[in-house]
Design a protein. Structure first.
Length: 352
């Protein structure tokens, strides 16, 4: 598609609608309303199984958000934190990415005793340095919750898959890629948005984690689509004490040169450009702690968009020096082991 055509269209829409204005003090509430974020709760929480795997204790949980199949989640923490005398630990909602893989959700970032499938192992090698970052974070002394969200893993749609030489997971993901726009259209017809449904489910998961007696202060972290979800949680959950957004910060206005089509419908919630730019919403939690990691060789975002995002967030945090930490890493789109370790160290300090 012609980038020039859309730049011309941006001039017209900017003149008529004033897109990307300076955000007002009510941005968080206005954005939540524009996206139709659902008010959901994790109801009827069940422990489906539990295990101890070396130095980690884990549970597979399930709950209902009121529609669709039950959400499945992994809860991980140090095995030493299971006794009656152990005190609460900082909690982190670990948010799985999009990555064009909807067959799996939480398994992309968290391991149960059976370990990852070949498809997940392949994805982790590409994006996560081969590591289940939720398990690594739990080993650092956190209670970590990794849950499936709307259209992923246990929350995915049933699809009739044609036969083929690929695995069932790969065939599902190929079919799901062709249907995300249909999901977005249905959400719009129902008065919400794809973004609003996902954000509502993440808010419910965060509230559940915070309600646990073994959890103290809470944060969240995610890569790419998980970073998008982290940014939304940071904006909409006033009790989220620390947020890590990895490889998911760019201005909208700089995406027009060949980058718009590369992203999920979740990244384009209705109405947001008429309220603010995406980095404005990420920074709307100021002065609360925020870390943003920029992958400088990220093929999904233009360098100009990442620079503008950093400048915007820096300006929003001008009255909170030290609360915003920007990390620029010379890597492609990823959340590799050094990036993870940097985030874990920062979360330990922010949630201490």
């Amino acid at each position: 598609m012609s980038a020039e055509l859309f730049r011309e269209l941006a001039g017209v829409t900017g003149a008529q609608f004033g897109i990307y204005p300076e955000p007002g003090p009510g941005l968080r509430e206005a954005a939540r309303d524009a996206m139709g974020v659902l008010d959901l709760h994790a109801e009827d929480v069940r422990v489906e199984r539990s295990w101890t795997d070396g130095d980690l204790y884990g549970e597979e949980l399930s709950w209902s958000v009121g529609f669709g199949p039950r959400t499945r989640a992994f809860l991980l923490k140090p095995a030493t934190a299971t006794g009656p005398l152990s005190g609460p630990l900082p909690g982190v909602v670990a948010l799985h990415c999009h990555a064009g893989m909807k067959w799996a959700g939480k398994e992309k970032i968290a391991d149960a005793p059976e370990g990852p499938s070949p498809e997940v192992a392949r994805l982790r090698a590409e994006l996560y340095g081969g590591r289940a970052f939720a398990n690594a974070l739990a080993r650092r002394g956190f209670v970590v919750l990794a849950h499936d969200v709307f259209v992923w893993g246990s929350r995915r749609f049933p699809l009739d898959l044609p036969p083929g030489p690929e695995s069932e997971a790969d065939r599902y993901d190929a079919a799901a890629r062709d249907h995300e726009h249909v999901v977005a259209k249905h959400c719009a017809v129902l008065g919400t948005s794809f973004t609003g449904v996902v954000a509502g489910e993440d808010l419910a998961a965060a509230a559940y984690l915070r309600s646990r007696p073994d959890v103290a202060r809470t944060g969240c972290a995610g890569l790419s689509g998980g970073g998008l979800r982290a940014g939304l949680l940071g904006a909409f959950d006033e009790h989220m004490d620390a947020v890590v957004v990895a490889a998911m910060a760019s201005s909208y206005r700089d995406l027009l040169d060949g980058h718009v089509a590369r992203h999920t419908w979740m990244f384009y919630p209705p109405g947001l450009p008429r309220l603010a730019d995406w980095p404005d919403l990420v920074a709307a939690r100021a002065p609360a702690p925020l870390m943003v990691q920029y992958a400088t060789r990220d093929e999904l975002f233009p360098a100009a968009g990442m620079r503008r995002a950093h400048e915007t967030i820096t300006a929003r945090y001008r009255d909170a020096p030290g609360a915003y930490e920007a990390v620029f890493v010379d890597v492609p789109h990823s959340f590799d082991v050094p990036m993870q370790d940097r985030a874990f160290d920062w979360l330990a300090g922010a949630l201490a």
